[in-house]
Design a protein around this ligand. Structure first.
Ligand SMILES: [Zn+2]
Length: 121
């Protein structure tokens, strides 16, 4: 997953909301429904996010966006039943910390990406 970004030194400083999305594979809709993300296609400054229930959203790569804030704060009112987000994933999400060190709590298999997490979100 990381091969397309390795070696880019500017990466650490770049705020990359898409990377967070790629890790979490969760999307809070404006209605407060948490969806599972099936695919993210980056297109420069924005991305097409496809949920498992086949909704497509155009997303800006901004940590200040509503969705970014909701993801970090884990704000959602309900979980989309069509997306069938597995329980372990929700549990992991609820237990992860979005601090400067959140990477040590999130997806331990991606330790080689720790420079990303230390960049802060
Ligand atoms: Zn859904």
């Amino acid at each position: 997953m990381a091969d397309h970004v390795s070696g880019k030194r500017f990466y650490r400083k770049r705020v990359d909301f898409f990377r967070l999305l790629n890790k979490l594979k969760l999307w809070p809709s404006q209605a407060g429904i948490l969806h599972g993300v099936k695919a993210i296609v980056e297109k420069g400054g924005y991305a097409e996010v496809t949920t498992h229930c086949n909704h497509v959203m155009i997303v800006r790569n901004s940590k200040r966006s509503r969705a970014a804030r909701w993801l970090r704060n884990k704000w959602y009112f309900a979980v989309c039943s069509d997306c069938k987000i597995p329980e372990w994933k929700l549990r992991k999400y609820s237990q992860s910390f979005f601090t400067q060190h959140y990477g040590s709590n999130l997806l331990k298999s991606t330790e080689n990406e720790s420079s990303f997490e230390r960049g802060g979100l």
